[in-house]
Design a protein around this ligand. Structure first.
Ligand code: CA
Length: 252
């Protein structure tokens, strides 16, 4: 064991208690030329249960982005070689990393640059000197947001039915089912809440919007059409008398 090696003192039960599920196995790439800051950030991230990778200049940073496929990048603005803004532009331009969250680190004197950084696609920024705790909190928030976005983009499946929200497409056995925007919205809500009863009001608000003044009967009409267009939903969508609808769990 390496208890007495440099950094070994960090491996105390204390550090384990702080590790949580957001951090678990997530890989963070830190691109920073100031050794002290690099070490400090790495120390804190590892203490939180993250896997940390580092690069000390822009060129090495870009290579690391491409090789390591990090879950998030902490990027210093002023770097030798490629600077943080150039690097951020390249990260955003590459489809493989376009959605990777980036937190930019800036010095006080670079205040105006950080605005440019956000315009170029950084998701957040921190001004030096910053508290490592604050950095960790921001990292976790961005990772949670990215996780939700990923879940939103994943197609929903229900037996032979697939709903792809990004393509705005519903298929049954690979064949497209043409739905109106409202029918699509209703089905998406039901799929997101499989097994849960959704009241007509909830469906009306989430699909038609709060400023819609129609009646809850509208929901019934659209559910009926949905069932006609995709007959497998006829049994799957259950009407709960005077309450609303639910999509049966598939193994019910
Ligand atoms: Ca720097």
């Amino acid at each position: 064991m390496t208890h007495f090696a440099a950094g070994g003192s960090l491996d105390t039960p204390e550090t384990l208690r702080y590790a949580d599920t957001v951090a678990a196995a997530r890989k963070i790439l830190i691109i920073e030329d100031e050794r002290d800051i690099l070490d400090l950030v790495r120390h804190y991230l590892e203490k939180e249960g993250f896997r940390a990778r580092t690069a000390a200049d822009g060129t090495a940073g870009l290579a690391a982005v491409r090789q390591e496929h990090p879950d998030l990048i902490v990027l210093d603005l002023m770097l030798p070689g490629l600077d943080g803004l150039e690097l951020c532009k390249k990260i955003r331009a590459d489809p493989a990393t376009a959605l990777t969250p980036v937190i930019m680190l800036t010095a006080k004197a670079e205040e105006s640059d950080k605005i440019v950084g956000l315009e170029l696609g950084a998701d957040d920024y921190l001004t030096k000197p910053f508290s490592p705790k604050e950095l960790v909190a921001r990292i976790k928030a961005l990772l949670r947001r990215a996780e939700r976005r990923e879940a939103d983009h994943k197609p929903h499946a229900y037996g032979p039915l697939r709903l792809d929200a990004v393509r705005h497409e519903v298929k049954v056995d690979g064949r497209e089912v043409p739905l109106t925007a409202k029918e699509f919205g209703l089905l998406e809500q039901l799929l997101r809440n499989k097994g849960r009863v959704l009241t007509r009001d909830v469906l009306l608000n989430s699909v038609w919007g709060y400023d819609y003044h129609g009646t809850t009967r509208t929901v019934d009409v659209h559910i009926r059409r949905l069932k006609q267009k995709a007959p497998l939903l006829d049994e799957a969508i259950v009407s709960i008398k005077s309450v609303g609808y639910k999509l049966r769990e598939e193994d019910d």
